[in-house]
Ligand binder design. Structure first.
Ligand code: ZN
Ligand code: ZN
Length: 325
């Protein structure tokens, strides 16, 4: 698996001097996955170079924390652990009390609750730590589980899975909307959007397969991003509502609500994530949803106008057409 390493010359904190020893330590650290104690890192460095002192490793770790290359995590073991933060999304931890390994995950629902509580208590939160202690699958069952691997890749995989689920539910929604819409122009718009969703879906799936080529085990690695509400696709409820019988205006309005919800969802999370492939996927997807939203809003206005004109020529409904605007 290829890891892109940051250019550490750019990460030089003010007054700090970049030495070859430091570079060596940083490189060893960035090659690791998971959570290392300072002593773990000393052992790894000593294997490569006996001359580097414990004090130098400690100092460099602190320098990395200050420069934003490393994050300090406390698992309640009486010592800190370190993980690298470059292209490493923010996350929570599951910690096994038996083997002392930790596993990473992120949940939009937990984050939502944390934000809600903080807002209700007029509290400005800067960081939240969620740690779940217990026994991991391997320690409990003795079966070897697929290791977590690189969280940057997992993050991109899960972001793509959510985008694909959304695209699929969007496709289903527009195909259904095209079937139920009576207005010829409105039907054409829904058909066009359905084929656009089909095309996007193809692209997302191709990207997903590219990702799998970078790590053959990627499919079977544990879920990293948990999005309870988004998992079945953000258009699923809208597609269901169409089946209950709606008129053309209502169909467009449901589409507008779905696209708006989808745009906001991907934009909100995309902006919160650290620079990563997953972030890119979310932000690009948010832009596509925005374009669909604008298109539907324009169509909705045009339809209301057209229907108003029809009603006006037939002598009724001028008032209701104005009211709908
Ligand atoms: Zn364990
Ligand atoms: Zn971690």
């Amino acid at each position: 698996m290829a890891t892109i390493l940051p250019d550490i010359t750019r990460l030089k904190p003010t007054g700090g001097k970049r030495s070859s020893k430091r570079e060596q330590i940083v490189n060893v650290f960035l090659r690791q996955e998971g959570h290392l104690s300072a002593d773990d890192l000393v052992d790894l460095i000593r294997r490569e170079d006996q001359r580097i002192s414990r004090a130098t490793v400690y100092r460099t770790l602190q320098w990395m924390v200050d420069a934003g290359v490393a994050r300090k995590v406390d698992f309640g073991e009486g010592r800190f652990r370190f993980e690298h933060s470059y292209r490493h999304p923010r996350h929570f931890h599951l910690i096994c009390k038996t083997c002392h390994r930790s596993f990473e995950f992120l949940s939009s629902d937990i984050e939502g609750i944390v934000e809600e509580v903080a807002a209700a208590r007029n509290f400005t939160s800067s960081q939240s730590v969620v740690q779940i202690y217990g026994t991991c699958e391997e320690c409990r069952t003795g079966r070897t589980a697929t290791p977590q691997g690189h969280s940057d890749l997992l993050f991109a995989r899960d972001a793509l899975r959510i985008a694909i689920a959304t695209e699929r539910s969007g496709l289903e929604f527009y195909a259904r909307a095209a079937r139920v819409t009576k207005d010829a122009r409105g039907r054409k718009i829904f058909q066009d959007l359905a084929s656009e969703e089909q095309e996007h879906l193809g692209k997302l799936e191709a990207r997903y397969h590219e990702l799998l080529e970078r790590d053959p085990q990627l499919e079977s690695r544990p879920t990293f991003l948990f999005f309870k509400d988004a998992a079945k696709g953000l258009f699923a409820d809208g597609a269901e509502r169409l089946m209950r019988g709606v008129n053309d205006q209502q169909a467009l309005m449901i589409g507008i609500r779905c696209e708006r919800g989808s745009h906001r969802f991907f934009k909100k999370y995309g902006e919160k994530f650290e620079d990563s492939e997953g972030k890119q996927i979310f932000l690009e997807f948010a832009d596509e949803e925005r374009a669909h939203l604008d298109l539907l809003v324009r169509e909705y206005r045009a339809l209301v106008k057209r229907q108003g004109r029809v009603r006006r020529t037939s002598g009724t409904g001028a008032v209701s057409a104005r009211a709908a605007r």
